[in-house]
Design a protein around this ligand. Structure first.
Ligand code: FAD
Ligand code: NAD
Length: 473
């Protein structure tokens, strides 16, 4: 059977479904292709959503134990892993059903199956029951996402070695878990398993966790994880893995352990992700990939093949759902001839640990590397009424400011709810706000959002709740 459509979108993640939905809203005939029953992609089924559902449970467990200090003792938690898993799966099912319905409401044709490009204007979809549908298209958007990468030099398969997808299945809580990689996934899923009761050892090959973030932002989460985990080993690598009857013997090499073997029940590999650019039939088109496998695109998502665009994890870092969504909207705008769309000034990063770590725009470390003069305005949460009422006064909000123009170039936050708070920083940077703009916006009291306003006041040496006079006046 051969159909024709104006736009084909391959991959139903936050890049793909956002593109399909916007294109349909703008009046295009759209076909969206993915192997899952409903759209959602890695983010919904194996990423953002299930991990955040489990992190919520981890936070409840931590807060319940901390409530002892406030005179409330809930006792030792009892874990029903079957119900926990069902709850997490229910969250995913609910959202997946919603996306499926949204596709129907918009008239998007959803084809369940694997896509193969037959050329630059034809796609073949092979369904799970091997039925074949060919579609002619005017434009295609590739949004096939990414998959877990393996640590270089260590290709090893074992029932005891997990990637993030397997860790999120939450079939068991191992007594001991080695997490390899101190990035987003290592910290988030390491926190989940530590809160559920595993003795977690975390190894990171660089000198600090979350290497991209400023050190003052990561200090708090590092301290919390040091308390929650068995060990955090920095500048440490896995140099050998061997399966044993009940686990994996791991050879670690690093300053704290020398070169030594340890037995772990399970190992979670979280050392980055690699793009899914081996799309069947891609070689029949003019689409080009870079040496790391990312599809090469221009600012609006155009590949080297004029009919084909690409977005999301497939086209480069940061591999984040909101980046995929934004790129999708830009690509669709370009396809319908609205070429005014441009890239964002900043893409925020949020690590959903306890406390959360979030940043956007220029970091202090980047400013140093670039030799750029900046003023850093820090507001410690110990001086925030709201943070103290929450029992979370160990947070920090900081602005990175151009001292001449007084424009806000970067924002960093570590503390409860940092992921929500950073959105204000994104708006400030996107609209070219100055510290005066932020200072003069009335923020509600008592809220954590006041820490952004007060860090703007720090620039002038006039923060109400900390005494830090401006020097050289
Ligand atoms: P994907 O979501 O990867 O979707 C691609 C889809 O294409 C998949 O469904 C795939 O099956 C399908 N596909 C591939 N090839 C074909 C083909 N030939 N035919 C048909 N279909 C095909 N990001 C955040 O912003 N916030 C978070 O909190 C967050 N948490 C995460 C937690 C984990 C554990 C992981 C792994 C990732 C997380 N991410 C998070 C990253 C986020 O999931 C990705 O950035 C996002 O999913 C990328 O979207 P995408 O549309 O590019 O691709
Ligand atoms: P990552 O790039 O965030 O972190 C990987 C870490 O592993 C790095 O710190 C790196 O130095 C370390 N590493 C690499 N090789 C190693 C080795 N052999 N031994 C020890 N450490 C090693 O990758 P990730 O944690 O796998 O996550 C993949 C991507 O998924 C992220 O980059 C992010 O884009 C996305 N993600 C986002 C969120 C979120 O937005 N909250 C959550 C999860 C995942």
């Amino acid at each position: 059977m051969t159909n024709s459509t104006q736009l084909v979108v391959i991959g139903g993640g936050p890049g793909g479904y956002a593109a399909a939905f916007l294109a349909a809203d703008l009046g295009l005939q759209v076909t969206l292709i993915d192997e899952a029953t409903d759209p959602g992609g890695v983010c919904l089924y194996d990423g953002c959503i299930p991990s955040k559902a489990l992190l919520h449970v981890a936070k409840v467990l931590t807060e319940a134990s901390e409530a002892q200090a406030w005179g409330v003792d809930f006792g030792k938690p009892k874990l029903d892993i079957v119900r926990l898993r069902e709850w997490k799966e229910g969250v995913v099912r609910k959202l997946a059903g919603g996306l499926g319905q949204l596709a129907v409401q918009r008239g998007v044709v959803y084809l369940q199956g694997r896509a193969e490009l037959l050329g630059s204007t034809t796609v073949r979809v092979i369904g799970s029951d091997h039925d074949v549908t060919d579609s002619q298209f005017e434009h295609a958007i590739l949004a096939t996402g990414s998959r877990p990468a393996s640590p270089s030099g260590l290709s090893f398969e074992s029932q005891y070695v997990w990637d993030s997808t397997q860790a999120l299945e939450i079939h068991e809580v191992p007594e001991s878990l080695l997490v390899v990689g101190g990035g987003y996934i290592g910290l988030e899923l390491g926190s989940v398993y530590a809160a559920l009761g595993s003795a977690v050892t975390l190894v990171e090959m660089t000198s600090g966790l979350l290497p991209e973030a400023d050190r003052d932002l990561t200090a708090m989460v590092t301290r919390r994880l040091e308390a929650a985990c068995e060990a955090i080993l920095l500048e440490t690598r896995v140099v050998g893995l061997a399966e044993e009857p009940n686990g994996v013997r791991v050879t670690l090499k690093g300053p704290a352990v020398g070169q030594s073997d340890q037995l772990f029940d399970r190992v979670l590999l979280a050392v980055g992700r690699t793009p899914n650019s081996e799309i069947p039939g891609l070689h029949r088109t003019g689409v080009k990939c870079d040496p790391r496998g990312f599809v090469v695109v221009d600012e609006q998502g155009r590949t080297a093949e004029p009919t084909i665009f690409a977005v999301g994890d497939l086209v480069g870092e940061p591999m984040l759902a909101h980046k995929a969504n934004h790129e999708a909207r830009i690509a669709v705008s370009a396809i319908v001839g609205r070429d005014s769309a441009s890239g964002p000034a900043t893409i925020p990063a949020v690590v959903f640990t306890d406390p959360e770590v979030a940043w956007c725009g220029l970091t202090e470390a980047q400013a140093k590397v670039e030799g750029r003069a900046v003023q850093v305005c820090r507001f410690p949460w110990g001086a925030s009424g709201r943070a103290v009422t929450l029992g979370h006064s160990a947070g920090i909000t900081k602005l990175i400011v151009d001292p001449i123009s007084e424009r806000i170039l970067g924002v960093g936050i570590a503390g409860t709810g940092a992921g929500e708070l950073i959105a204000e920083g994104v708006v400030a940077i996107e609209f070219g706000a100055t510290v005066s703009d932020l200072r003069d916006c009335v923020h509600p009291h008592p809220t954590l959002s006041e820490t952004l306003m007060e860090s703007a006041e720090v620039f002038f040496g006039q923060s109400t709740h900390i005494y830090r006079p401006k020097r050289n006046r």
